[in-house]
Design a protein around this ligand. Structure first.
Ligand code: NAD
Length: 509
């Protein structure tokens, strides 16, 4: 059994313990302390005490240290992947993808952050007399609350830009999968120490929702990833405290298959989009709309490829692993039962696989589905692939947008111009064409939700700049030969200059 002390708290023994389970074997891996409000306040205080020294390090040197950390993770993936798999039930392939995605993210941010964080000159009204500079200060201590489906990547994706921006970090990992985050933070502490920085810059606070709620009380920014219901609570409290927040929430992502798509690519692409991480991804494909002229042929292809999928956790070639928690398996079962009761047909799968482990559920292809069914309206966090026939593009877009969510979407088509025009009509943070989850592997573009899928964007310059406070200094040159003392802003010189500028500005560059 794994025994992990509360990373930052000396008196961890005095906190109630939460068991952490291996979803594949059903065995307890270990326990983590549920830290209370005071312990969270102390952790934020420790990060706050050392944050100014970190902010004083140049962005280039910060990037160098973070890059070293990331290289270390890559080099030691044989250590972290088993920890990750033991608490999530991921296949070897899905676990590797988390490491690859963080590596890609780090390569992007450590390259662009020093440039993006540079002070900027901005245009002024009278450029000869005035000058304006914007500098980017860290927010202070940023808090991160993360879910269990990508314990490494979903911490990293927000934590790395916040670190590069000069902030202190307090991470509250999911109580379901805390050990990967603890390992990750330990490595960062080693790198900070080696570089002469305080390891206190990163703090982990373990616990359940109460520990998460306490974190919102003390930090200067909160980045939350999780369900819409919890995100709404976090957003309300952040608004009351007047601290900025980003809320990366649930989704029910549509996929549209156009009549000019290559059917083999589209069928396998839909399966990958729906089944990566056993369907437990916020950007999973959860509703498939297929133009009627290719519907029958497409469904036959999906059935064909679904029959080739291998399930398992220790099989290196397995495409689908265990689900991670019982609550989600039950939700998937309820959605399948509701769909069948309302007239849906199961073409493939549809049941648990206790022979493989307690939380295995078969990839399940359903047809004759409608928007009255819960699986088309609510988020599905499991391996379901409901397919619906549509008349034309207009009906596909209307149904794709007929959702409370708006996280991501996928279009399959060999006509890229047509697909791009269609993408502009979909209400979501992003659309990927001919491959699902490209957003996860393209850290240069912003990603985030519309409607109930959240507020704010991660990735890209937007994902970095949310962690800074722009600070503007605008100066007037002391040209006393030109500028005389005057008791109002509307002195004759200003009025003359403004009228002159109005006349000439159309010819100015
Ligand atoms: P969850 O909302 O139950 O928990 C997420 C985190 O919030 C956990 O660490 C939990 O301990 C904490 N928490 C619970 N109650 C809290 C409270 N009152 N205040 C503060 N923190 C609290 O979500 P989950 O089941 O862990 O994760 C699955 C959900 O996450 C799905 O809805 C999925 O779509 C969403 N998700 C979204 C994204 C995205 O990028 N949009 C990515 C991954 C997962």
């Amino acid at each position: 059994m794994m025994s992990v002390k509360a990373p930052e708290t000396q008196d961890a023994a005095h906190h109630p313990q939460i068991p952490v389970m291996n979803p594949v074997t059903g065995e307890m891996i270990g326990t983590i302390p549920a830290l209370d409000r005071q312990a969270v306040a102390d952790a934020v205080g420790r990060a706050r005490a050392v944050q100014p020294a970190w902010e004083a390090v140049s962005p280039r040197d910060r990037a160098r240290i973070v890059r070293g950390w990331s290289e270390d993770i890559w080099a030691r993936q044989d250590e972290i992947i088993p920890i990750l798999r033991r608490e999530t039930g991921k296949t070897p392939g899905d676990a590797f993808l988390e490491i690859a995605a963080q590596d890609n993210l780090n390569a992007y941010y450590t390259k662009v952050a020093p440039r993006l964080l540079r002070p900027q000159k901005r245009p002024t009204l009278f450029p000869i007399i005035h000058s304006a500079t914007v500098t980017y200060r860290a927010r202070g201590v940023c808090g991160f609350i993360t879910p269990w489906n990508y314990p490494i990547f979903l911490a990293w994706i927000d934590l790395v830009p916040a670190l590069l921006a000069g902030n202190g970090i307090v991470l509250k990992p999911s109580e379901v999968t805390p050990y990967s985050s603890i390992w990750l933070a330990d490595r960062l502490r080693e790198h900070l120490s080696r570089a002469g920085q305080s390891p206190d810059l990163i703090q982990i606070v373990t616990g359940d929702g109460r520990t998460g709620a306490a974190l919102v009380e003390f930090v200067d920014y909160i980045a939350f990833t999780g369900s819409t219901a919890t995100g709404r609570k976090v957003g309300v409290r952040a608004a009351e405290r007047l601290i900025p927040a980003s809320l990366e929430l649930g989704g029910n992502d549509p996929c549209i298959v156009l009549d000019d798509a290559n059917l083999d690519m589209a069928a396998t692409g839909v399966l990958v989009g729906a089944l990566e991480n056993t369907g437990q991804a916020c950007v999973s494909t959860e509703r498939v709309y297929v133009l009627e002229s290719i519907y029958d042929a497409f469904v036959a292809k999906v059935q064909h490829y679904a029959g080739q999928i291998r399930m398992g956790v220790n099989d290196p070639d397995a495409q689908v692993g265990s689900m991670t928690n019982e609550r989600e398996v039950q939700r998937v079962e309820a959605q399948v039962a509701d769909a069948v009761e309302r007239g849906a047909r199961i073409l493939h799968g549809g049941r648990r696989r206790p022979d493989l482990g307690p939380l295995f559920f078969e990839p399940t292809v359903l047809v004759d589905v409608t928007h009255e069914m819960t699986l088309m309206r609510d988020e599905t966090f499991g391996p379901l692939i409901p397919i619906m026939k549509v008349r034309d593009e207009d009906e596909a877009v209307r149904l794709a947008n007929d959702s409370n969510f708006g996280l991501s979407a996928v279009i399959f088509s060999d006509n890229l111009g047509r697909a791009q025009r269609l993408a502009e009509r979909i209400t979501s943070g992003d659309v990927t064409i001919n491959k699902a989850h490209l957003n996860f592997y393209t850290p240069s573009v912003p990603m985030g939700g519309e409607k109930d899928s959240g507020v704010g964007r991660r990735n890209g310059p937007e994902g970095l700049m949310r962690f800074v406070r722009p600070h503007s200094v605008i100066l007037q040159r002391p040209w006393h030969w030109l500028i005389r003392p005057y008791l109002a802003h509307h002195d004759p010189l200003t009025i003359f200059m403004y009228k002159l500028w109005r006349r000439v500005r159309r010819w100015l560059p």
